[in-house]
Design a protein around this ligand. Structure first.
Ligand SMILES: Cc1cc2nc3c(=O)[nH]c(=O)nc-3n(C[C@H](O)[C@H](O)[C@H](O)COP(=O)(O)OP(=O)(O)OC[C@H]3O[C@@H](n4cnc5c(N)ncnc54)[C@H](O)[C@@H]3O)c2cc1C
Length: 589
């Protein structure tokens, strides 16, 4: 079984030292949240993830969720662990106190999301979609809907789902067929089939609150005629108590490559009673409240799985002896494999990406809070635009890097990684869904390039580039960090050139731009991680005296990132601007 120790030191370093966002520090809501509180929460979070949730990863993989006589049964131990999980209040961590939540900021919950993803993605998904559904209802539900449904979702005794996908409708939601028919009392009856629904049915909670996209009869075809509905598995009476079973049934569950403890369900809606959430025909934009936050969380899933893969590869490489290293002084027949340059390179690839991504995700968590709660509407909007720009980047980059890291970790284990005993191949299989769900990574790249760079509020990418320029300028005057700043400036210029190329071609050479989207996302993502490293470096040199070992480690890791990871940008840029003729004219005979 893979082992795991929550990286609290790194998380606390970010929480204490990287809250450099002056606007974030202005948030009245979090004035009381300090380092001691964060540390206490993270230590408790580490206990439950390391001791109770981590062992469920192997159990869920070997004894997957079952579907028997119309009932979904989660793997052994899930029920007991979930009971403890909700008794300890983990579902309510970041929820609004008005509905029973603890009101903790994303700058703390982002770390808990990472720990849970490291320990067991399958187990995490049962509560993850509930938080997504909670957020959607919080932003778009009426007061009476919120009062009726949110408190039990916050407690975790009811869970939530997100029902978009249908057999012929995956990426293209305009093809959606599920019908909603209005009733005289203003509620709706829903009929249709949804597939691939995460936590669509299970035995962990008393009720499941489905958020379902459907089309009201006679409304326009395509995405314009889609509305959002809340459909409980079991009806809820006016008093709040549970009534009879609603017209939602589980057709089957999927047998999958990974996340086998997570129930992925076919749900049949046969005249199920539902309530409209948000305005008629604006269902997609309401659902996007849930999807955008979810996309960031899926990126964090990639980061969490990368972390546990790295920890295990590092430990193994310190124990496994094979071959003599180039500069070996030992009299043993063989040295530990961590002495070999290529193994060290591979481990540093992982470490430098993981720590850079964690710093970036922390920055994004701060921006998210500012975008939700700042008093100044201009600052709020600027933060919201940055979050919107970086959402597809974090979702795609972190999950793609997760594939690279889980594969490299398996490589370090050699044949013992490919076989089941060490739990490494499971990490690769579990992570494989993350570049697919919540909008595939290709769709994220298209979204970034065609919709997020420039919006009605202006040139968002230029604003982000300006932020980076300011920090580069500041660091160019700093003896210790100026070389890093210079290197980042070089790659920032490539990002600027690539952005200009996109802007020049986006109207008249759409195929060229479509073919370049993935490369562009990688360039922006790597610059963003490099920018996060520059902030970390600035602090590391200043704080060196306080914790030499920790900060030297940071500086050496950053050096590797600047020397060996950032140059990937050159290849992405060259490949990206090579045009699409060679692609679009190719005959796949
Ligand atoms: C384990 C699991 C859990 C899931 N959980 C949920 C859930 O809780 N709720 C839910 O609603 N759905 C869920 N899904 C569905 C998931 O979100 C979809 O599988 C995903 O969005 C892709 O849709 P699709 O599978 O139909 O692929 P398709 O849309 O058919 O795409 C196939 C390929 O074509 C590419 N493609 C499609 N359109 C374009 C385009 N315009 N330009 C370029 N390339 C394109 C895609 O990137 C992909 O590579 C889940 C799926 C799985 C496997």
């Amino acid at each position: 079984m893979a082992t795991y120790t929550a990286p609290i030191n790194d998380m606390m370093f970010l929480f204490e030292k990287l809250r450099d966002n002056k606007d974030y520090n202005d948030l009245e809501k979090y004035k009381e949240v300090n380092g001691d509180l964060a540390k206490d929460i993270l230590e408790q979070a580490a206990k439950i993830t390391e001791n109770i949730i981590l062992p469920l990863a192997k159990v869920g993989d070997e004894t997957p969720t079952k579907f028997e006589n119309g009932v979904v049964i989660t793997p052994p131990g899930y029920k007991e662990a979930y009971k403890k999980f909700i008794e300890d209040g983990w579902t309510s961590l970041s929820c609004d106190p008005e509905y029973g939540g603890q009101g903790m900021p994303k700058t703390i919950s982002v770390f808990f999301d990472e720990m849970l993803s490291s320990a067991s993605l399958s187990f995490k998904l049962y509560s993850e979609l509930s938080i997504g559904a909670y957020n959607c209802i919080l932003h778009h539900g009426t007061d009476s809907i919120k009062k009726k449904f949110l408190p039990n979702m916050v407690k975790g005794i009811w869970s939530g789902t997100m029902c978009l996908t249908e057999p012929v409708c995956g990426t293209d939601l305009g093809l959606l067929k599920t019908k909603a028919t209005e009733q005289p009392n203003g509620t709706f009856k829903l009929t249709g089939q949804k597939i691939f629904i995460t936590s669509g049915d299970h035995d962990l909670t008393e009720n499941i609150i489905h958020l379902v996209l459907a089309r009201i009869a006679d409304e326009p075809t395509g995405t314009k005629g889609i509305s959002l509905f809340l459909v409980p598995k079991i009806e809820v009476k006016e008093s709040g108590s549970l009534g009879q079973r609603n017209g939602v049934s589980t057709g089957s569950i999927e047998s999958k490559m990974g996340i086998k403890g997570s129930a992925t369900c076919v749900l049949n809606f046969d005249g199920a009673n539902g309530y409209m959430i948000g305005p008629k025909n604006k269902g997609l934009s309401s659902m996007f409240t849930m999807m955008n936050l979810e996309r960031i969380v899926v990126g964090i899933q990639g980061l969490g799985i990368s972390e546990i893969a790295y920890q295990n590869a590092l430990n193994y490489s310190k124990e496994r002896k094979q071959g003599k290293s180039n500069n070996s002084k030992s009299t043993n027949d063989a040295d530990v494999i961590i002495d070999h340059a290529d193994i060290r390179r591979s481990l540093l690839n992982m470490k430098s990406m993981i720590e850079g991504e964690r710093a970036l995700s922390f920055w994004l968590a701060q921006q998210t809070e500012v975008s939700l709660y700042h008093n100044d509407s201009k600052i709020k909007q600027q933060a919201s635009d940055l979050v919107s720009l970086m959402t597809p980047v974090v979702k795609s980059l972190f999950t793609d890097v997760g594939m690279e890291i889980t594969s490299d970790a398996m490589q370090i284990f050699g044949g013992y990684g490919y076989t089941k005993d060490q739990g490494i191949e499971q990490l690769y299989r579990d992570n494989r869904i993350t570049p697919i769900y919540e909008g595939t990574n290709s769709i994220q790249a298209i979204d970034l390039v065609f919709r997020k760079l420039i919006n009605k509020n202006g040139n968002i990418i230029s604003n982000y580039i300006q932020l980076i320029k300011e920090d580069i300028k500041k660091n160019e005057k700093n003896e210790k960090t100026k070389l890093f700043a210079k290197t980042l400036d070089h790659y920032l210029k490539i990002l600027i050139d690539f952005t200009d190329w996109i802007e020049k071609n986006i109207k008249n050479s759409k195929d060229d731009v479509s073919a370049a989207c993935n490369d562009y996302l990688k360039v922006l993502g790597l610059v963003a991680v490099g920018y996060s490293w520059l902030k970390v470096l600035d602090i590391s040199y200043k704080e060196m005296e306080n914790n030499k070992i920790f900060f030297e480690d940071k500086i050496e890791t950053a050096k590797f990132f600047f020397d060996r990871i950032l140059p990937r940008i050159d290849t992405h840029y060259k490949s990206g601007i090579s045009g699409s003729k060679n692609i679009m004219n190719f005959k796949f005979n």
